[in-house]
Design a protein around this ligand. Structure first.
Ligand SMILES: Nc1ncnc2c1ncn2[C@@H]1O[C@H](COP(=O)(O)OP(=O)(O)O)[C@@H](O)[C@H]1O
Ligand SMILES: [Mg+2]
Length: 350
């Protein structure tokens, strides 16, 4: 049997570059070498593309990549491949931009296509789609930083000019603490939890450094529960896992630097709540027109039996200890089998 020429792309231009190295190299070392001829491709933080040859090294977050040779003609290099697995997190990897390149080149690729990727990367638009799907989520305000101040974006997308003081007034409906988030972000970058008007104003100015679209969210109480989904048209959901953040919230450091952040797989929750989470995860994935895979994140308040959806990650962490593959492992699909399934799904149209 002819081997499948598989490109695995990792690194990338986002804040999650280092995590992607760990995810990408873990994928490469777990692929079935009998089945795939692997073309490992590294993108550096400036957006230059390289062939990576040291395929046996296992990376930790923060390790710098070695054994790379620059690719002069990226388009020709990619055109030679049968399938691509972009193991890239965040902007220019998970947001539909690179997916657009694969579409132009007519090369099948793992995971969500352009629309689902860009909707899921943008928290304001994810919320709008979730709302339409009737999925329970945090109350929020959507504002935009504009040249000379801010505008409040209403549910019908009409815009009203507001000052920071006006925003504090309107935000009273959410009650402190409030979470302030740049709409286009990942890995908790640019996110702050605030307790007063003063802090709120600063957090808005800070979030505006990352994106001009900004969300203010009420605080959700409950356990952070995550569910993996897999499939194109027929979508299945894994068992669910729980995150125990070591910080006040699941910040960038808590995610990637602090060994104290723990995960519990499977999460110890009521079977009926787990079923509901799984149902909501599939619904969310369909709502964004997802393909291949995603990890869907929730808050579950078991005292009140309430579930809130938080976000959907279209290229979830894929290190050997990441939630996405771990949840499938706990549901009976090994890491290597999961890779086979994802690549098969990429090659199917539906
Ligand atoms: N509304 C909220 N209530 C409570 N905690 C929140 C809320 N929004 C975010 N958080 C905390 O901040 C973390 C990062 O926020 P999230 O929206 O998941 O952004 P990212 O895309 O960066 O992961 C979450 O994992 C959670 O710990
Ligand atoms: Mg998150």
């Amino acid at each position: 049997m002819q081997k499948i020429k598989l490109g695995v792309i990792f690194g990338g231009m986002s804040t999650e570059h280092d995590v992607s190295i760990v995810s990408g190299t873990a994928v490469i070392s777990n692929l079935n070498k009998e089945k795939y001829e692997i073309y490992p491709i590294y993108i550096d933080q400036d957006g230059d593309w390289y062939v990576y040859t040291n395929t046996n090294k296992v990376y930790q977050v923060g390790d710098k990549i070695s054994n790379i040779t620059k690719i002069d003609d990226v388009i020709s290099y990619l055109k030679n491949l049968d399938v691509i697995f972009p193991v890239l997190h965040g902007l220019y990897g998970e947001d539909g931009t690179i997916q657009g390149l694969f579409e132009l080149l007519k090369i099948p690729y793992v995971g969500c296509h352009v629309l689902a990727s860009s909707v899921a990367m943008d928290k304001a638009y994810t919320k709008i789609i979730f709302e339409k799907a009737g999925l329970n989520q945090a109350k929020y305000l959507y504002i935009k930083a504009v040249n000379d101040g801010y505008v409040l974006v209403e549910k019908d997308f009409s815009e009203k000019k507001v000052s920071l003081d006006n925003i504090c007034e309107i935000a009273k409906a959410l009650k402190y603490p409030i979470f302030v988030k740049p709409s286009n972000s990942g890995s908790s970058v640019g996110i702050r939890k605030v307790n007063s008007d003063e802090e709120l104003k600063l957090a808005i100015e800070y979030a505006a450094k990352f994106d001009n679209k900004i969300l203010l969210e009420e605080q959700l109480v409950g356990r952070e529960i995550e569910c993996s989904v897999l499939g194109n048209n027929e979508v299945k959901a894994s068992c669910v896992g729980e995150i125990l953040p070591s910080d006040a919230f699941y910040s960038f450091d808590a995610k990637y630097k602090n060994a104290e952040s723990k995960t519990i797989i499977p999460a110890q929750i009521e079977p009926n709540l787990e079923k509901e989470v799984q149902k909501m995860a599939i619904k969310a994935f369909k709502a964004i027109d997802g393909k291949g895979f995603s990890r869907v994140d929730f808050f579950v308040d078991d005292k009140k039996d309430k579930i809130y959806i938080n976000e959907i990650n279209t290229i979830p962490g894929f290190t050997q200890i990441s939630m996405y593959p771990k949840l499938w492992e706990a549901s009976g699909i090994s890491y290597s089998e999961l890779l086979d399934e994802l690549i098969e799904l990429a090659q199917k149209q539906y």
